[in-house]
Structures are given as structure tokens and as C-alpha cells.
Design a protein around this ligand. Structure first.
Ligand code: DAU
Length: 340
């Protein structure tokens, strides 16, 4: 298969590219990435010289580049490209709407013109919004809370409309919170591990009793791979691994791995519009034949160890010297957002 992957220098996209190239010796990948603040060439350092991998710097909203790549008729497009951090979307929603909605529209249009035979769009459980008890099914109404999740909900509805209206062979995945190697240190698990390794505090929002359902990134990659090969066109698939935990439980687990005590926790102001609980019913994907394989505690231990062993990866991202470092390494003008 020839795959066009967008956003493949980010956390989930880069893990997915490595997963696919290792698993299928004859698959080829083109990675289109704008190289925004959370993209990182280091994420794919080990495969960047593979003859089956090529990189194109560009925006999914750039019609010209997108049309050029899509007209090469990849067997599938898998869209990971998105601005993904809720807190940033609260501060500045603009680029979330531009990339996550309008960019996806450019991709969908090109896919329609070129009659692409599979278009997988990576969505999120946040599109459903918060749920007090029970779990969301794929057929439930979308009720997002943040500019980020609204942009993702808009994109998945737009993609589904391309299936209904134009028969574009779209499949949507909606996964729960991912964790693992190469996650930009702004998300709960990657931020807390790296803060604690730097002897800083772990800033817990509000009472810390919000619930997220955690999936190891390689399980999500395996699920997307399974859906790519076995998923039914026009369908949405929830992806999770049944690891619901409060943020405080996660924090205590990390403290424990790093031999720290609760004095390293700092309770801070809550996130505006903070969703209390996410929960997905994944029976549809289980019935299709996929199930997660990683044990949560082992995957967490592995993740903490990875950040311990790879401070050269995350330290420049946190030091505010990223831009300087980045330009030196890659000579491009891609700029990170200001740290906040
Ligand atoms: O659910 C899937 C989504 O998970 C993805 O679609 C998003 O791209 C991804 O960012 C993530 O969204 P969350 O808002 O759930 O993830 P985040 O890691 O930002 O926060 C997880 C929980 O931890 C949430 O309840 C907020 C809380 N939190 C987060 C940070 C960064 C804190 O208490 N302190 C923090 O410093």
C-alpha cells in the first residue's frame, strides 16, 4: 500500500508511521506536515532515511500541495494533522478552526476530485463532550465543549457528509486520551512526568477528579491499522482501552514511579469549560475483531522510563530555547507558539 499521512511528525502520527513501516515491509508512506510547534523531526529520526518514507513540508490547507500529493493516487489518506491541545485552543482558537476544519476540507475535496479509495480521519472522544455515567456510542450526538473539540466535531461531520453526499470512502476514528513516547510535554502525562523530572510541580486543574480513559499510543496505532484494513466505509469507530482514571490517580501513579510525594502536586485554577468525564463504548470495534494488547501499568512504567532516558528529546521543548534549537537542527522558520 501507498499511504499519504498528514501530521506525521506529531505524537500519534509519528508513532503510527513507525508502526506501519515496521509491520509492513512493502508499504510506502508520504508524510505531509506543516512542522508546527509540536511537530518534531526527532520523532522519526530512526526511519527518516528509509527508502519507503518521504517527507513533504506543507499545510493540509494548501490546495496546491495537497492536490499534487493526492493526485499521485495513494491507496489511502490518513489525516492526523490537527492542533490538539485544549488549553491552547481556549487562548487562541484561530488556528484550530483553520487547520482542523478548513484544512480537512481541502483534503476531502482533493480526495473527492481524485477518487481516493480510503480516507481515514482521526477524531477524538472529546467530540461527544462529557458524560456523567455510562459511555458514548458512535451514534450518540456530538456535544463538544472547547474550541478544539468543536473543531474536531465539525471536521468529522464534514467528512461524514462527504461520504453521504459524494460517496467518498470515509472512516472516522474517535480515540480516548493517548500516552506514550514522543508526546509533546504539554499534555497531562508528558507534562507531569517531565515537570517532576525537573523537580517542578505537577499543576492539577481544579479538584483533579476529572476522568479520562487512557490508551497507550501503540494500541491506538494498532487500532487505526486494523480499521484501515478491516473498517467499513462510512462508519465511525470509537477506540479506547478501558482505563478510566481520575487525573489525581494518574498524578499519584507518576509520583510513585518517580519516588516523589504529594508535596509535588500544586492545585491550580480549573480549565474553563472543563469536561468532567470522557468514556467510550468500544463494542463496535471489538465486534469488528480488534482489542488492545498493552497492560496499562506496564505501558505507564515504560512511558515514564522513556522520558527518563530521553531528556535530550523533551528538555529543549520545555526550555523555551526550542526555536533556536530547531533552526539550528533543521534550518526552517517553523515557530513554536509562545510558552504559556
Ligand atoms: O480525549 C482525547 C483528547 O485528549 C485529545 O483529543 C486531545 O488532543 C488531547 O489533548 C487530550 O485532551 P485532554 O484535554 O483530555 O488532555 P490533557 O492532557 O490536556 O488533559 C487531561 C486532563 O488533565 C484534563 O482533565 C485536564 C487535566 N490537566 C491537564 C494539564 C495539561 C491538568 O490537571 N493539568 C495540566 O497541566
Amino acid at each position: 500500500m501507498n499511504l499519504l499521512i498528514t501530521g506525521g511528525l506529531g505524537f500519534i502520527g509519528s508513532n503510527f508511521i513507525r508502526y506501519i513501516l515496521n509491520k509492513y515491509p512493502d508499504y510506502r508512506i508520504i508524510n505531509l506536515d506543516i512542522v508546527s510547534y509540536c511537530a518534531n523531526f526527532e520523532n522519526l529520526r530512526d526511519i527518516k532515511n528509509s527508502p519507503r518514507y518521504s517527507f513533504v513540508k506543507g499545510d493540509i490547507g494548501d490546495k496546491k500541495i495537497v492536490e499534487q500529493l493526492v493526485s499521485r493516487q495513494p491507496d489511502a489518506i490518513i489525516n492526523f494533522a490537527a492542533f490538539s491541545h485544549v488549553d491552547r485552543s481556549i487562548i487562541d482558537p484561530d488556528e484550530f478552526l483553520r487547520t482542523n476544519i478548513l484544512g480537512v476540507h481541502v483534503l476531502l475535496e482533493a480526495a473527492r476530485q481524485c477518487k481516493i479509495s480510503r480516507f481515514i480521519h482521526i477524531g477524538t472522544d472529546e467530540e461527544y463532550g462529557s458524560i456523567e455515567s455510562g459511555s458514548f456510542k458512535e451514534s450518540d450526538i456530538l456535544n463538544p465543549s472547547s474550541p478544539y473539540s468543536s473543531s474536531k466535531a465539525a471536521a468529522s461531520l464534514l467528512a461524514l457528509s462527504y461520504f453521504k453526499t459524494y460517496d467518498l470512502p470515509v472512516i472516522i476514528t474517535r480515540s480516548s486520551n493517548n500516552f506514550g513516547q514522543f508526546q509533546y510535554p504539554e499534555k497531562l502525562i508528558s507534562l507531569f512526568i517531565t515537570n517532576l523530572l525537573e523537580n517542578k510541580k505537577a499543576p492539577v486543574y481544579g479538584d483533579g477528579l476529572q476522568v479520562r480513559d487512557w490508551i497507550f499510543v501503540l494500541d491506538n496505532c494498532a487500532a487505526i491499522d486494523y480499521i484501515l484494513h478491516h473498517g467499513r466505509i462510512g462508519e465511525v469507530y470509537n477506540i479506547a482501552a478501558a482505563n478510566e482514571k481520575t487525573n489525581l490517580e494518574i498524578t499519584r501513579l507518576i509520583l510513585n514511579y518517580l519516588n516523589k510525594d504529594e508535596s509535588s502536586i500544586e492545585f491550580v485554577k480549573d480549565r474553563p469549560g472543563h469536561d468532567r468525564r470522557y468514556s467510550l463504548d468500544c463494542s463496535k470495534l471489538r465486534n469488528l475483531g480488534w482489542q488492545p494488547k498493552y497492560d496499562f501499568s506496564e505501558a505507564m512504567a515504560k512511558t515514564v522510563q522513556w522520558y527518563k532516558n530521553n531528556s535530550q528529546w523533551w528538555q529543549p521543548l520545555k526550555s523555551g530555547k526550542y526555536l533556536e534549537y530547531y533552526r539550528k537542527q533543521y534550518g526552517t522558520g517553523a515557530a513554536p507558539l509562545e510558552q504559556f
